[in-house]
Write a protein of this length. Sequence first.
Length: 181
Amino acid sequence: MDSSAYLRSHIRTVPDWPAPGVQFRDITPLLQDPKVFRVLIDTFVHRYMDKHLRPDVVAGLDARGFIIGSVLAYELGVGFVPIRKKGKLPFTTVEETYELEYGSATVELHTDAVRPGDRVLLVDDLIATGGTMMAGKRLLEKLGAQVMEGAAIVDLPELQGSRRLREGGLALFTLVDFSGH
């Protein structure tokens, strides 16, 4: 079994959560089993150890992007920066507001989190509509960084987020695709 199929077999689907008709893709089983968690992290590490894809910094999106992103940064020997929900960072920040299905949200980043020219890998657990990842990309670019790729465990292509992100100039790497399931 390849790593994608192996990881997919450990993602729990919770029907009708948080609303009727939604098939929630729960990654917590990937984190609970040490062997599965190692396969998950190693799959990302092997990709980003390549000298052409190696970032200077890993940025993780609040909150599950912190889990994957911080471990990945540690394994790659690079720094990690959190992109947080508004009001959670204590130092001077830049912010980016983006649209949700019903309303909007704002994410923030410390102004000294990255340097101009840094090659940044942007990490989250899942790509749904793409709004959070695109907001993270714009934040990093405001500070002069180059977002080399967005990475996530799960892609939900039917929600069009991965398409929007690619159209917005972000290369993507995902491990598990839940098309039409």
